[in-house]
Design a protein around this ligand. Structure first.
Ligand code: X5A
Ligand code: ZN
Length: 704
């Protein structure tokens, strides 16, 4: 038999035997200890009342409910040492925190009042040391290769605390200490910190402002400096200082209600291009979930699966070395569901589709525009843009007017009324989330890849796999017979349809087929998608291909990535991306983040068909990157069709399909002017059709 039908089993799925041995670091660490719930507020304080012990315990309970705890490697906490804490904090400050252990309530109140939005409890010092130690245990598990990634659930949080000050519920700066620790212990040159908490981690900014070895990214509710902590230096023009210029990225939100597409737009158009150019050796996340829906502080609208997508993107940096550390998050249900989505993604489960309209709001696009303008001279991936900030900051009235009230998120009504409104709001979100999670967490297939490759190419697959009995494909062969006459193609195409049906029926997640004539196979595959009533299929052709596709308006979106320019004009559902081969090889990220992913996320396909033909111009790196990042769409349902002349690419395609993190993409910088111009032109042409392309205000202001 010429073709072999196999299953390749990804190992991270529970209760399913694993058919091959992974050679790379794998697994997800979970660092948690309920001792960190002992730190609590002992007196009345409206501001601090939300930072409660249940924040931690409810996350852990929910992880147990989803059977996620048993799938993680449980890593014990420890105390951070004085040497570790003083990597960031002054000895004087450490001594002050130490003294709170022996204080009575009166003294604790006084000590707390020295800082903005902070409370001390007799166990605070112990818990804060555990929070530091838990974070460092996670860094060790990941950097030593014990696990690929992981999450630390800690209290108190850290990102607001400064060299000599507690601030905003934070005592020791867990993530900042982790960055310094990773650099010292593992000799790292480049650390990326992503702060998706809804507040600005000004503590982290201050600590690394002049340090180009730590890239700090934060988005935060800002409202033209009216939102806490109301700092001038939280705006987009704070880009770092001295040698650190360009290594501090602030994305201010000037409106509340930011939703999935706004967060996604910032990742695609700001963070990811820069992060892939920076090429970190580890990624630390200041993971606050007060940026999620229902949070009384954040007032934003991102739903739990949004955090799955954010996590997924970051998993492709630093060879997958990703340490997620809890910061804020005050709506218990929203917090705990979002934490579960984060950990499911770290474990390698397919992602639920991102819900909501895929169109960033004008205010978000303005922020993105401003940040890109502020950073264009520091990052090659932004340098081609002709951007200037929208408003002249020096004349902009972003300082508070005299006597103007500071908005804290609570409306200007009595405390009692506000409390009632808040709890009504919270209950509404509870109900919404109960339904929403049922909707997005439909039963998933075990993460499996079905493979049909010629026997002689089996050795090109990443690991030894077990043969499976061939399916009875007579019925499918009948369909094939209508399509092609040659008997010799019959079994190959029948096998392909068998795999396609398995994907659609959710028996497997993805499939890989080597084909003697990829263009014929893809035409048949798309025809069969139509038979199977699939609503939206994203089809990406890579390389020279003679396409034989009927475009059934809207049901197929065709992207053709080829070296030679096509004569055909671009339309909404048929786009040619003329990509010139580049000696540098690591340049495809600009097309990926600037065009392919924004369009793909705007379309929201049910299935993806990726066809690789001859003379592809992306390079192996480009193909790996594309395959990896497309996993976030269509719940990872991908059928990959490879022309048999291109089997040398098998490994680069199969590994991402199985959720393996490729051994690093290297620093991704745009080189060819032609390619950059082409991406820009396509953005301009299609940003009214595919709204996730919008990242500057020039065009959108007049045409929205
Ligand atoms: C870690 C965190 C928020 C403090 C808010 C004070 N802190 N108004 O989310
Ligand atoms: Zn926060």
């Amino acid at each position: 038999m010429f073709f072999v039908l196999k299953y390749v089993q990804s190992e991270t799925c529970a209760n399913v035997p694993c058919l091959f041995i992974r050679t790379m670091a794998s697994g997800t660490a979970l660092v948690y200890d309920d001792e960190m719930t002992s730190h609590k507020l002992l007196w009345e304080d409206a501001i601090c009342a939300i930072e409660i012990p249940e924040r931690l315990s409810s996350c852990y309970e929910n992880l147990k409910r989803y059977n996620l705890v048993e799938r993680c490697l449980s890593v014990p906490v420890r105390e951070g040492t004085e040497d570790e804490i003083t990597l960031v904090h002054s000895l004087d400050y450490l001594e002050i925190v130490k003294t709170t252990q022996k204080m009575n309530e009166e003294e604790l109140r006084k000590a707390s009042a020295n800082y903005d939005a902070v409370f001390f409890h007799p166990t605070t010092y112990r818990c804060a040391k555990l929070a530091v130690g838990a974070t460092l245990q996670l860094v060790d598990a990941v950097m030593s290769g014990t696990t690929r990634n992981g999450m630390a659930l800690v209290r108190p949080p850290g990102h607001h605390s400064q060299r000599s000050a507690a601030n905003g519920f934070c005592v020791f700066n867990n993530v900042a200490i982790a960055a310094k620790y990773a650099q010292r212990k593992y000799g790292l040159q480049r650390v990326l910190i992503v702060d998706w908490d809804v507040h600005h981690g000004q503590g982290i900014q201050y600590i690394f402002e002049e340090d180009p070895s730590v890239l700090y990214f934060s988005w935060h509710r800002f409202e033209h400096q009216r939102y806490w902590p109301c700092l001038r230096e939280s705006n987009y023009d704070a880009v770092g200082r001295g040698k650190g210029m360009g290594f501090n990225i602030n994305v201010p939100w000037n409106k509340t209600g930011m939703k999935n597409s706004d967060y996604l737009a910032v990742f695609l158009h700001v963070l990811l291009p820069v992060a892939f150019e920076f090429d970190p050796e580890v990624v630390l996340v200041s993971a606050g979930y007060d940026s999620g829906i229902g949070d009384p502080e954040g007032q934003m609208s991102a739903t739990p699966e949004c955090f799955a997508h954010l996590t997924h993107f970051l998993m492709h940096l630093a060879k997958g070395k990703l340490c997620v550390v809890l910061e804020g998050g005050y709506h218990l249900r929203s917090l705990s569901e979002s934490v579960c989505m984060t950990i499911k993604t770290l474990l390698g489960d397919p992602l639920p589709s991102l819900s909501g309209e895929m169109k960033p709001c004008l205010s978000a696009v303005e922020s993105i525009h401003d940040v890109r303008a502020a950073h264009k001279s520091y990052w090659k991936c932004l340098s081609h843009e002709d951007l200037t900030p929208l408003k002249n900051l020096s004349t902009k009235s972003c300082q508070l007017e005299q006597g103007e009230a500071v908005l804290t998120g609570a409306p200007l009504v009595s405390q009692q009324e506000a409390g009632k409104a808040n709890s009504d709001e919270a209950t509404k979100t509870d109900k919404f989330l109960e339904l929403h999670m049922k909707e997005i967490l439909t039963v998933e297939p075990p993460v499996k890849t079905a493979v049909a490759v010629p026997e002689r190419n089996v050795n090109l697959l990443p690991s030894s796999v077990q043969n499976e009995k061939n399916e009875d494909i007579e019925e499918l062969n009948a369909i094939v017979r209508e399509f092609v006459k040659e008997e010799k193609a019959l079994n190959a195409l029948g096998n392909m349809l068998a795999i396609l049906e398995k994907i659609v029926k959710k028996k497997v997640t993805s499939g890989l087929v080597v084909s003697q004539e990829a263009s014929v196979s893809s035409a048949l595959a798309l025809k069969h998608c139509h038979n199977l009533r699939l609503q939206k299929v994203l089809c990406i052709f890579i390389g020279d291909m003679d396409m034989k596709i009927d475009l059934d308006d809207g049901k197929v979106l065709l992207m053709n990535i080829c070296g030679k320019p096509s004569e055909q004009a671009n339309t909404k559902y048929n786009v040619s991306l003329n990509w010139k081969e580049d000696a540098e090889k690591s340049t495809f990220s600009s097309a990926l983040f600037g065009f392919i992913l924004p369009v793909a996320y705007s379309y929201q396909p049910d299935l993806m068909v990726i066809v690789v033909g001859s003379n592809q111009t992306l390079g192996t790196n480009g193909i790996s990157m594309l395959m990896s990042l497309l996993q976030g769409l269509a719940q990872s349902r991908i059928l990959a069709l490879i022309q048999d002349t291109e089997v040398q690419l098998l490994e680069n395609i199969t590994k991402p399909l199985m959720g393996d993190i490729t051994p690093g993409f290297g620093t991704c910088t745009p080189a060819l002017q032609e390619n950059m111009q082409m991406v820009k032109k396509l953005q301009e042409q299609l940003q009214q059709e595919w709204k996730m392309l919008q990242c500057s205000v020039k065009v959108s202001l007049t045409e929205r």
